[in-house]
Every structure is written in structure tokens, then in C-alpha cells.
Design a protein around this ligand. Structure first.
Ligand SMILES: *Cc1c(COP(=O)(O)O)cnc(C)c1O
Length: 394
């Protein structure tokens, strides 16, 4: 799958071999807790870390091994571990690389449960967690301490949408690593789905994906993945995976596999719809700012233009500050096609109001922030829906 075929073709044509005499195209669902060994010698020689044999359901079956291989290939990595949600994939990285006395850096605009986990590890587990300005770029070098082991990145932050300079952050970390420090860059690459941002090519060491979003595309499954290009690093993370017991259900793994062939087409459709709706909103007098990385006034837009090849369906708007929270809540309540709910990557358009002041250390906009996830509906219908709800604002 890593040959010269385009991503779209690779998403459809994988190396999967159907059982002899049964040439079905979908990957079979293999469920198991116990895996039986042929003799005691086979049992004694088992090594779950190598994934060259099946040992126990927690470490996978042919279904999850196939999904892991396909996710690693999509992302341009070599190793992949599945977790039962995107958030548990984040936790796997933290548990795998951090111990008491270590330090970790998280961008101030990161997925909020990632920040919350960081605060918890700091409060109860002796790990120092510091939050940094997502636009810090090469300046991250000044924040790295001798005990810093992990630098999280996310591009863009999925509410306020600043696009960080990932290559600059990775370069600073790599310099410390070549000086002997055990330090890695992890990236939450969920927004770009591994399609619009080639994280490993830009220097990232560990890619985390919430497969819950674009990969599955069905709004019906939770799953996460941690992908690396390094066997030793994968072993460290795999140890955390085993110790904490981050197994996934094989029916869920199948749902994600089923989403992969259409993932890029869906991503591109979300992207086109979102840019159309965002452009329409930008021209409206009620809206102070549109926060969409493809728009020139989004913080980090130049970085997005340099490093990314697409944008997906997610963006936010800041209303003019003359509108109160009660008014913009009414706007959200008046939308008919946009459902009120978290997550993205499914067919339905969604929207969520955020109290950004409570999530960020230095947020200066006074207007209300609403995040839109553009689904797969006709963009003109979505615009008409927003227009009728804006009409009720005054
Ligand atoms: C949804 C999401 C997660 C967490 O995924 P879950 O499967 O919902 O736990 C992590 N990071 C980002 C950016 C997300 O959007």
C-alpha cells in the first residue's frame, strides 16, 4: 500500500488476503479473547510485542492487525496501536512516555480533554504539565527543560483553529534528542485525518488519530490509534497499551475498516462544503471573524498553506460582540439542519457554542464563539438554514 498508487486508490486496494476459496472484498470480523497455541513451546515463545503471531484478544486478531497495518500505511508510518477511543490513545502516549518527575508540554488550544488529562497527571501523578502558545514555533526551544519528555502538538486546535508551525517545533525537539535527551513530539492529527497533513514527513515522532471522526465516518463508533515509524517507540507505547488494557472490539474495528475506502472522498466533500459555508458567513455583518485555516486572517494561515493539502469540515466563527451569549444560544437553537453535539466526521452537520475564556489562558476576543462541523449535506441548504437562524437574532 505504500507504493506509488494515489491515496484514494490505496484506500480501496490493500494487501488484505481473503481466506482461501472465499474471495470476499471486506475484511472478516475475527473475535477472540483466547487464542489457542499449538503446543507449549509456541506458548512459551510468544511475544505479543512483535505482532508476528496471535497471543490473546487484547493484543489483536487478524481484523485489528489489518486495521493497524492500513492506518500505519495511510499515515506513512510503520507501526500502529489501536485504543478504544481517541482520548485513550492520547492517554496511551502519556502513560508510555512519562513517569513521575517528567515534564510535558501541551498547546494551549489543544483538545480540551487532552489538557484536562495533563492537569490530572500534574495534580495526582507527579508529572509537570505546561501549556504553551500554539503559535510559538521555534520558540518552543526556550520551554524545553532537561526533564521534558513529551511535546504534544495539534494542528489546528479544533476550537480556535490556530495552525502551529509543526516543523519548527519538531526541529527544536530533534536538536535536544540528538543531544541525548529522551524527548518526542506527539501530534493529534485528527483534524487533517492523515490526509491533509503528512505528519511524519514534517518531523513528528508519534501520530495520534481519533478514528471516531473521519476514518469511521458513521458517527457510530469510538476508536483511536497511535502510529509511529520507530519499533522501539512502538514497544514503549505497546507496553502502556498492554498494562492498561486498551483493547478494542472487533466489530468496532470492522466499522472503521468499512469507512476507509470512502474516507478521502468524504473528507474532500466536507472540505468543499465547509469552505463554501465559511465564505458565506465571512460576508455576514453578524460575524466578526471566521476561524478557518484556509482563510487569510486565521492565525497560522501561512503555515497551513505551506504544510497542508486540505482542510476538512471544521471551522469556528466569532460573533460580533454586540450579541450576548443568550442571543447566540438562541441562534444555535434555531438551526434545523445543524444538530447540537460534539465530534465530527459523520454525515450530519453539527454545531457547538464554546466558552473559550474558560478553556484558554489568553483569549482576547469578546464575541461568542460557535464551532461548525460541516457534514455531507448540500452546502446551499446549510447556508439557508444559517440564514434563517441569523434572521431571528435581532
Ligand atoms: C474527538 C477528538 C479526540 C478524542 O476522540 P474520542 O474518540 O472522542 O475520544 C481527540 N482529539 C481530537 C482533536 C478530537 O477531535
Amino acid at each position: 500500500m505504500s507504493d506509488s498508487k494515489s491515496l484514494q486508490t490505496s484506500l480501496i486496494h490493500s494487501d488484505y488476503q481473503a481466506p482461501e476459496g472465499f474471495g470476499a472484498l471486506p475484511v472478516a470480523v475475527h473475535r477472540a479473547s483466547t487464542v489457542v497455541f499449538k503446543d507449549v513451546a509456541a506458548l512459551r515463545s510468544r511475544d505479543w510485542r512483535e505482532k508476528n503471531a496471535y497471543t490473546y484478544g487484547l493484543h489483536g486478531t487478524p481484523t485489528s492487525f489489518t486495521l493497524e497495518a492500513r492506518l500505519a500505511a495511510i499515515e506513512g508510518g510503520t507501526h500502529c496501536l489501536l485504543a478504544p477511543s481517541g482520548l485513550s490513545a492520547i492517554a496511551m502516549v502519556n502513560f508510555g512516555l512519562l513517569k513521575a518527575g517528567d515534564d510535558m508540554l501541551i498547546p494551549d488550544n489543544a483538545y480540551n480533554p487532552n489538557r484536562d488529562l495533563g492537569r490530572w497527571l500534574a495534580q495526582d501523578y507527579g508529572i509537570s504539565t505546561r501549556f504553551y502558545d500554539p503559535l510559538i514555533g521555534a520558540g518552543i526551544a526556550g520551554l524545553i527543560q532537561p526533564n521534558t519528555r513529551l511535546v504534544w502538538t495539534e494542528a489546528p486546535g479544533s476550537v480556535t483553529m490556530e495552525v502551529p508551525d509543526i516543523p519548527a517545533i519538531c526541529k527544536a525537539v530533534r536538536e535536544r534528542r540528538s543531544g541525548g535527551q529522551d524527548i518526542h513530539v506527539a501530534m493529534d492529527n485528527t483534524w487533517a485525518a492523515g490526509i491533509a497533513f503528512r505528519a511524519f514527513d514534517h518531523g513528528v515522532d508519534i501520530v495520534m488519530q481519533a478514528l471516531t471522526k473521519y476514518h469511521s465516518g458513521g458517527s457510530d463508533v469510538l476508536m483511536g490509534a497511535v502510529i509511529t515509524r520507530d519499533k522501539e517507540l512502538n514497544h514503549r507505547l505497546g507496553l502502556a497499551h498492554m498494562r492498561v488494557g486498551f483493547g478494542v472490539g472487533m466489530d468496532d474495528a470492522y466499522l472503521v475498516l468499512r469507512g476507509l475506502p470512502t474516507m478521502k472522498l468524504r473528507f474532500d466533500a466536507h472540505d468543499a462544503g465547509a469552505r463554501k459555508v465559511a465564505a458565506w458567513l465571512k460576508a455576514r455583518p453578524e460575524i466578526e471573524r471566521v476561524l478557518h485555516p484556509a482563510f487569510a486572517d486565521c492565525p497560522g494561515h501561512e503555515t497551513w498553506q505551506r504544510d497542508f493539502t486540505g482542510a476538512g469540515g471544521l471551522f469556528s466563527v466569532v460573533f460580533d460582540e454586540r450579541y450576548t451569549e443568550a442571543q447566540t444560544d438562541r441562534f444555535v437553537d434555531s438551526l434545523k439542519l445543524f444538530k447540537i453535539g460534539f465530534s465530527w466526521g459523520g454525515a450530519h452537520s453539527l454545531c457547538v457554542p464554546y466558552r473559550v475564556q474558560t478553556m484558554r489562558s489568553n483569549w482576547t476576543s469578546k464575541g461568542q464563539l460557535i464551532r461548525f462541523n460541516i457534514g455531507l449535506e448540500d452546502a446551499d441548504d446549510l447556508i439557508a438554514d444559517i440564514e434563517q437562524a441569523l434572521g431571528l437574532l435581532a
